[in-house]
Design a protein around this ligand. Sequence first.
Ligand code: MG
Length: 355
Amino acid sequence: MLSPRDSVIGLKHGAGGPAMRSLIRQVFLGGGDGGGNNGAGGNGARAGEGGVPLAHLDDGAALRVGDRWLVVTTDSHVVHPVFFPGGDIGRLAVAGTVNDLAMMGATDVLALTCGVILEEGFPVAELERIQASMEATCAEAGAEIVAGDTKVMGRGEVDGIVLNTTGVAFTDRVVGDRGLTVGDRLLVTGTVGDHGLAVMAVRNDLGLEGDLRSDVAPLNRLIRAAMDAAGDDLVAMKDPTRGGLSSALHEMAEKAGVGIVLEEAAVPLRNEVRAAGELLGIDPLHVANEGKALLAVRPGAADAVLAALRAHPLGAEAAIVGTAVAERAGSVILDTGFGRRLLAEPEGELLPRIC
Ligand code: MG
């Protein structure tokens, strides 16, 4: 339930954490519990037996079509500033949608669509730069934008540019985000916090622009390699975007009814990200990544999946970072090497307009 004081939307409702999930459950799932009652999200019948309906609040939906699964996902992008070290809103929009498809097991992108909302006065040269970036990112992912829409709003009615991208792809095997069982290992495909801290450093004029770069990248080919190495032993995936690794782990733990022990020392972290996090008072574990994935695998497959990830340029710094456990279901237990404590999931919005 939303708390009684939430009669209007706050920034926390877009933060990817508990407040956003409770808003979605109350408004878009018609008060549903994320399980049986799908409310406004329909009755879930369209997904079919074994499919992924809206109520799962996964990275996308999976619908039965013949003997395959059609994965559908959609994202809106409001990042500020539009151009940041390592990327821009166009690359973010394409990579974000390609990655959500990949997180469902759909690594071969059938098509993307793109809706563009512009503010009167937005420079055409910047729009052209964003379009070129989208095209280059599509080429990297083997994707194509097949339909679009352009709207313009008056000055001050929208801030610069908003992009919405939808993606569709077929897969033979759906991988959701709720498949963990006790003993499964968790892998992250590289360093965490890069995107969020790169954007925040520019916004706060930290003068670290040369060092900090967003990791924004399409991961579908990296994920294909992991899926080929793991077979049925790859049991869950999620991209740790808003709310960072912490939110993604909490969501996986909650949905699967397990605890997750995260080994702090094993989490790959760039020194400059650690330094910027300390300057800004922001834990990199809570910060958005746009070119990283969190994978859960059966224990016997962890080493093979790690090797497959590291063999790909986007997975060179992949690491095994955690384990699903029976105690503390729904919680994330941070093992610092000196002791254990519960990792909190921030309720408020640390970083508005990060993606
Ligand atoms: Mg996602």
